[in-house]
Design a protein around this ligand. Sequence first.
Ligand code: M6P
Ligand code: ZN
Length: 187
Amino acid sequence: MRQGIIQSSKMFLVANRLEGKKVESSIRYLSDMEAVFMDKVAFSALDPQQPVYEVDCYFPVADNKSGGLFFGLTRIFPGKVGGEFFMTKGHFHSNNDTAEFYWGIKGKGLLLFMDKTRKVWAEEMTEGSVHYIPGNTAHRVINTGVEMLSFGACWPSDAGHDYGSIEKEGFSARVVEKDGKLIIIEE
Ligand code: M6P
Ligand code: ZN
């Protein structure tokens, strides 16, 4: 666990409980997310090595095994590309009809849902908020605040990640700041 980036005592508690467990950590940089952001000119002016979010995952059973659960801790840096806030890539589950819990730990954001008909809706993510993501629903978290947004996740070990359609078609809504106000632009 990279203790240097842990921002709050609550985060520390969660991270501490992962100590000694087999944790797999990954970082997504701007360079991994070119297709995600709308403003290509603003994107090209930014440092591609800027981290957008980092994830620590605890996989107690083998990937794809049914019956188990996985646990994730995600931290999204504050930042924007043009007016658009930093966010996760977002995904459906490969095993489509599997659900997930997200919960807010620190910071402030929006959890964006999108079903297979591209209908979108959102829930506010704050410290202590709990979110149920039903099956067949893509999910993405957006950091709308000025500090790190940290959230927990728990999902079935046979859910899998399907990034394909989101990479190709994106979500049907974007969250941006315009004239100091947060707005959701729908397709
Ligand atoms: C949560 C979980 C993980 C996911 C991570 C980042 O921790 O949903 O499964 O990988 O968020 O989200 P994404 O995979 O969409 O980049
Ligand atoms: Zn998921």
